[in-house]
Design a protein around this ligand. Structure first.
Ligand code: COA
Length: 184
């Protein structure tokens, strides 16, 4: 029996409980920020989700930190679906969306820098992302001792790479439910 294909699309508010369950299941392993159900309802459309049938098998949020910088947050892939490129597809989808929305940089804060490095992110000093410090770090109990790496990828650089591969219009995330993200 085939398991069906995995599609990447934009989440809807009604899917917030499933998002909440997936993020909660990966909190400890991924050192993820706890998310409340109500904030996920409000911000559901920021999430790219990977779905197989009716199941959400992966998620990642594009959170704006400033008009110039957006952050990948709450990246999680169901343990039974890992190693198949789902996480990479989700980050790629957010990267394209961030590019389309005019952000200049995409950042991530992580304990697993190797994962983001193979997607083109570089480790930078936390001070290079003051938007994050003022938005989250100052009120965090682990400020200055969180052990996370700040990682960033400039989106302009990736625009050039994308333009070489295919026209930008054909890869834009149009946000419609059910849209299967093209993926190289
Ligand atoms: C990290 C996570 C999202 C990866 O999802 P995934 O769908 O398995 O990732 P992919 O299949 O896209 O992996 C692509 C590549 O990254 C590598 N990779 C996966 N996890 C990695 C890690 N922790 N460190 C370095 N490389 C890693 C894979 O080996 C693969 O390399 P390959 O293509 O050469 O084989 C998933 O393991 C997860 O949900 N973990 C728990 C939550 C978490 O850690 N979230 C991230 C917090 S920032």
């Amino acid at each position: 029996m085939t398991r069906g294909r995995i599609a990447v699309r934009t989440a809807e508010a009604s899917q917030a409980p499933k998002l909440h369950a997936l993020i909660s299941a990966n909190l400890e392993e991924g050192h993820l920020l706890p998310r409340t159900l109500s904030e996920l309802v409000v911000h559901a459309e920021r999430f790219a989700i990977a779905v197989r049938g009716k199941k959400i098998v992966g998620c990642a949020e594009l959170a704006p930190l400033s008009p110039h910088v957006a952050e990948v947050r709450s990246l999680a892939v169901d343990s039974g679906e890992r190693g198949r490129g789902v996480g990479t597809r989700l980050v790629d989808q957010l990267r394209r969306r961030a590019l389309g929305e005019g952000f200049e940089k995409l950042c991530a804060f992580t304990h697993t820098p190797g994962y983001f490095m193979q997607m083109g992110f570089s480790i930078v000093p936390h001070q290079w992302l003051p938007e994050k410090i003022f938005t989250d770090c100052l009120k965090c109990p682990f400020f200055r001792r969180c052990g996370q790496y700040a990682m960033v990828v400039p989106l302009d650089h990736l625009r050039v790479a994308d333009d070489r591969r295919r026209p930008l219009e054909s890869i834009a995330d149009d946000g419609r439910p059910g849209t299967v993200a093209p993926y190289a």
